[in-house]
Each structure stands twice: as C-alpha cells, then as structure tokens.
Design a protein around this ligand. Structure first.
Ligand SMILES: [Zn+2]
Length: 362
C-alpha cells in the first residue's frame, strides 16, 4: 500500500504502518498536550498505541487462520481506521471464510478476558476517555475498547468481519457472486448510515463509513470479474494475430511496429522458440537509456510468464496481476499459440458484452 512503511515481520507476515497513523498519533498528542499537559499527552499516545497493538493481534489472528487454509497472508497494514490484511486470495469455502472472519473479534474478547483476569474484579471496565488518568483506568478502558472492537467488527457491514460472516452464510445457499452482491449491498447501506449518523455525531464514524462503502463496492466488482474470467479459457481470449520480433531486431524496428499498429506487447522468438516479451513499458523506458540501435534481446523481459491454452482466464489474470506483467504467452504442447494482455482481456469482454447486449460490470 502506498504511503506505508514496513516495520518488520510477525510470523513471517510483513507488518506495515500507514504514515497517516503517525499523523493521527501526533494530532492526538498535540491536542491533549495543549489542554491537559505533558503527562496526559503521553498517556493518551500510549493508550492509542495499546489499542492499535490489539488491532494488530486481531489481524494476526485472521492471517494465521487464513494460512491454515492455505491462503498465504502477504501483509498487515495498520491504518488510522484499523488494520487490513492482504491475502493473495480469500478462500471461497463459506465455512473457511466464516472461521477467518470470526477469529478477529474473538481475539479481542480473549484480550479483554485476559486483562480482566490479570487485574481482578475490582477493575473498572469503561468507555475510553480523552486520556486514561491512572494505570487502572488505562487497563479498564483497554478492556472496554476490546469489547467495543469485537462488537463493532461483528456488525454485518461487508467488508467488515460480520459482513464476511454474512457473505459466508449466504454463500451456503446462493452462488458466490450473488452472495457477495447481497452482502456488499447490505454493507453499503449500513456504511451510508454510518456516514449520515457520523456527520452529526462522530466524524470518525463517517470516515469509516466512506471507506466501508468504497471497499464493499470494490470487492464486489472484483468477485464478479473473477467469476466472469473463470468461465473463459486462455485459448479463447488470446490474441492469435500478432507481430513477433527476433532477438537481433533493433529497438527502432520494434518502435515502428508499436507506432503503426495497435499491438503493445511483442513476443520475441529465437531459434529455440519464445525467448522473451518486449512490452510497451520496456520500449518506452529504453528509448532514452539504450537508444534506438539497441537490440531487442537487450531490452526484452526474459522473465516472462507462460500459460497453457486450457488454463482459466481467472488464473491468467492472477498471474498478470501478481507478477506485475502486462502480457503472458500462451503455449500449447510446447508451441506458441498466442499472447494475452490486460488490454486483450478487456477487449475480449467488451466484444462479448456487446454481442450479448449486457453490461460486463453487472
Ligand atoms: Zn477483522
């Protein structure tokens, strides 16, 4: 995620903190300091850090369960509005998704329980104030906030944890796309309520509402796209009429094709078969650094991805996205059959939608 810094690894998962989090911390420190002095300001900053430590443990819980189900978590990012786990792909088995979602709020309740047991029944569990004025108030409020975190995250507002549970439950009866659309629609309704209610009472809630609204829409579109892609084979969507280059061609020759045709990515074919892909980005970046006389094999991407013609387009899309590639080559029985690019995929669906007379984004 942009504007975030890596602060190390937890259980092998990269932990990142968004820079706006430090802004929040500085803002709260400064405003408490101005009104109540240094001790209060330090106390409130420590309290914010303690809350966010609980948020990180919550996210680690999600991540470790996801890993158990074979979905490797890539990173955890701490934002001022909460934590976020980036997983390669969420499992599509409803029971697994529900388990991953429930473990987060469960962990907050466990933290509250442990703090309560450690401090004994005299501790005053309370709602957070601007700053806790004693060690006992600190623990009491931390227990309170963990209970609140559990309850808030369980609201059925997709993509929050409760919303994921809802999607999982719906997906037991309906197909995954339908379940996601319903959960996302419901989540956006709740998010709109957060924004409306928050504007008059708590601007923090309004900001969370906006993020939830956008998040629900984005994830819903992603699921629809993935399911559309899964129905198509790579061989069906590949471009078979393309110009290829030779390793010894000059960059000038490549630019000639790039300039006068509409192809953006060129397979480079040597004596033994495909040896690389020359992408638009590489052509443009090399004009100045290498010059027009540079050979194609000096500039091409030798680390290109190969897919089989019978592979699902959803897998191809994942390879393109995760490898930051603009094109892959399609092989069938060791022979080059075609190329697939991001542009090609969207062109394919544009034509398909036009033929059907339906809207791809649905
Ligand atoms: Zn969660």
């Amino acid at each position: 995620m942009k504007w975030s810094i890596s602060v190390g690894r937890l259980f092998g998962i990269q932990l990142r903190i968004h820079l706006t989090f430090f802004l929040l911390l500085a803002f709260i420190f400064a405003s408490v300091f101005a009104q109540h002095g240094l001790n209060a300001a330090i106390m409130s900053a420590l309290f914010i850090c303690a809350i966010f430590a609980c948020v990180i443990i919550h996210e680690v819980g999600h991540s470790l369960i996801a890993r158990r189900f074979g979905k490797e978590p890539k990173s955890i990012t701490l934002l001022p509005i909460g934590g976020m786990v980036e997983v390669e792909e969420m499992p599509r088995k409803p029971a697994q998704e529900i388990a991953i979602a429930l473990v987060g709020p469960f962990i907050n309740l466990v933290i509250a329980g442990i703090l309560y047991l450690l401090t004994g029944p005299d501790v005053k569990v309370g709602l957070p104030t601007l700053y806790p004025d004693s060690g006992a108030a600190f623990i009491g409020q931390l227990i309170g906030i963990n209970i609140m975190l559990a309850a808030f995250n369980l609201l059925p507002a997709f993509p929050m944890d409760g919303g994921r549970v809802l999607r999982g439950l719906l997906a037991m009866k309906l197909n995954y796309v339908r379940a996601t659309k319903l959960a996302a629609g419901f989540g956006q309704t709740i998010a709109a309520f957060f924004v409306f209610f928050g504007l008059f009472n708590n601007w923090w809630l309004a900001i969370i509402g906006i993020f939830l609204y956008l998040g629900a829409g984005a994830e819903s579109r992603q699921v629809v796209l993935q399911s559309l892609l899964a129905e198509v084979g790579a061989g069906e969507a590949m471009t078979t009429e393309y110009i290829s280059l030779r390793p010894g061609d000059s960059l000038a020759a490549a630019i000639e094709h790039f300039h006068h045709g509409c192809q953006q990515d060129f397979p480079v074919i040597g004596d033994s078969g495909v040896v690389g892909i020359l992408t638009r980005d590489r052509i443009l970046a090399s004009i100045h650094t290498k010059g027009l006389d540079a050979r194609v094999d000096e500039v091409m991407d030798k680390n290109f991805a190969v897919v089989e013609a019978n592979m699902g387009l959803d897998q191809v899309y994942r390879i393109l996205r995760s490898g930051n590639k603009t094109a892959v080559v399609v092989m069938d029985g060791g022979r080059l059959k075609g190329i697939i690019s991001m542009d090609g995929i969207s062109r394919y669906f544009m034509v398909k939608a036009a033929l059907k007379g339906t809207d791809v984004a649905g």
